[in-house]
Design a protein around this ligand. Structure first.
Ligand SMILES: C[S@@+](CC[C@H](N)C(=O)[O-])C[C@H]1O[C@@H](n2cnc3c(N)ncnc32)[C@H](O)[C@@H]1O
Length: 402
């Protein structure tokens, strides 16, 4: 394995700062976003064939730019830079043989086995494992057994703690219902702090709490947008402004793009249908005289409804707002115009989707850089295949000698 260098972090930070206009402006209709016009990419993207769009949605735009005709030079250079600075070493595959099967999906077992493979390197001298956001405790129980140490799961959802405690029985690991932020001061220098899919701000909180205690740490984050406010950088390299590395909560979800998931073709089709439905819903609500910001159309409606019929979705949204549903003809017209707008929008979305991995990897590099600033040695690597879970970037930190 190879450690991320300061140069890696600096270059990835510069790249992110350079593309903030793209990250920040999500295409939302038939008109090209401002960055697309300013960068002169509109004609190229609008001219892509349906087949080229499908391939780029499936494999990522960067994978196809070399062969697409008339690709703008700066778009091709951006794709190369993103591919280069998001490439990370891959951890060795680990056997799932010893991972408890009870209530654990095959994918979760692969994640747990891979994670244990990583922390074996860190945990040799840890007196205790603290699993932050332990969920059902699969990782906690496995590490308690594998490392032969005391292990505690900190989880704020009491229902998950109850399941974890029942699975653990009398031995191996204990589980506490607690908000990890309230317990950070209880961490010790001899702890190993772990988090598998520590979502949203929890990943940052866990890294900072471990760093403050001087404990070893291994974190895989996910769902960066699940936090109260925007995400300010933990570390800012020279020559890059802190503001250009502060990412708004509303766009952090970009780091959760699901390329590499199994059944990606079906997943894309479902996502496309649901996006068209949401666009049509907003158009129908606007046509009915309501004022609805982009992204506000689903207020009060379960997100899964967007994958059903448009008529049902409009009925639910109108009921949630206490207004009468528009006529069937108005709903059908909104559906047709949304489908046409989506054909343009999916082309504008391609360069932005190419930046999803950059956002995710950069957050991991930022966490590692912060730890290095406290004297830690760090690794940032891919813990398991994206087909197991695309949220697979691990940050490992060892405190330096005190
Ligand atoms: C995506 S789940 C991962 C669960 C488990 N680590 C796994 O891999 O199966 C994230 C978990 O973190 C918990 N969580 C989020 N924020 C937390 C906090 N501040 N304190 C404690 N638990 C938290 C959630 O309730 C959830 O169970």
């Amino acid at each position: 394995m190879r450690s991320p260098t300061e140069e890696h972090f600096t270059e990835a930070s510069r790249l992110l700062a350079d593309v903030r206009d793209i990250v920040d402006e999500r295409p939302d209709g038939a008109s090209p976003p401002g960055w697309c016009e300013r960068r002169g990419w509109t004609r190229f993207l609008a001219g892509l064939t349906d087949e080229a769009v499908l391939s780029a949605e499936r494999d990522g735009l960067a994978a196809h730019l070399a062969t697409l005709p008339e690709t703008p030079d700066d778009l091709r250079a951006l794709a190369r830079a993103v591919t280069h600075w998001t490439a990370l070493p891959m951890a060795d595959a680990a056997s799932t043989e010893a991972v408890d099967r009870r209530r654990a999906s095959p994918r979760k077992r692969v994640q747990v086995a891979a994670f244990a493979g990583l922390v074996e390197r860190l945990g040799g001298t840890a007196a205790r494992v603290v699993d932050i956001g332990s969920g059902h405790g699969h990782l906690t129980r496995h590490l308690a057994r594998a490392l032969g140490v005391e292990a505690e799961g900190w989880e704020r959802d009491p229902a998950r703690v109850a399941v974890a405690a029942a699975l653990a029985g009398d031995g191996g690991a204990r589980f506490v219902t607690i908000d990890a932020r309230d317990a950070a001061a209880a961490l010790r220098r001899t702890d190993l702090v772990v988090g598998l899919h520590a979502c949203g701000a929890l990943g940052d909180d866990a890294v900072r709490a471990a760093g403050a205690a001087g404990a070893s740490v291994a974190i895989i984050g996910c769902c960066l947008q699940k936090r109260d406010g925007d995400r300010a950088a933990l570390a800012v390299p020279g020559g890059v402004s802190a503001a250009s590395l502060t990412i708004g909560r509303a766009v952090l979800g970009l780091g959760n793009a699901c390329d590499g998931e199994e059944g990606v073709e079906e997943a894309l089709a479902v996502r496309a249908a649901s996006r068209v439905n949401r666009m049509a819903l907003r158009a129908a609500l606007l046509a009915a005289g309501l004022s609805v910001e982009v992204g506000e159309e689903m207020r009060g409606v379960n997100r899964r409804r967007a994958t059903g019929t448009l008529a049902d979705l409009v009925d639910c949204a109108c009921a949630a707002r206490g207004v009468a549903a528009p006529s069937a003809a108005a709903v059908a017209a909104a559906g047709l115009s949304a489908a046409a707008a989506y054909e343009a929008l999916r082309r504008w979305a391609l360069p932005r989707a190419m930046l999803a991995r950059l956002v995710e990897v950069w957050v991991a590099l930022d966490r590692a850089a912060w730890l290095r600033g406290r004297g830690y040695a760090t690794e940032v690597l891919v813990a398991f295949d994206a087909a197991v879970s695309p949220r697979n970037v691990a940050v490992l930190g060892w405190p330096g000698p005190t």
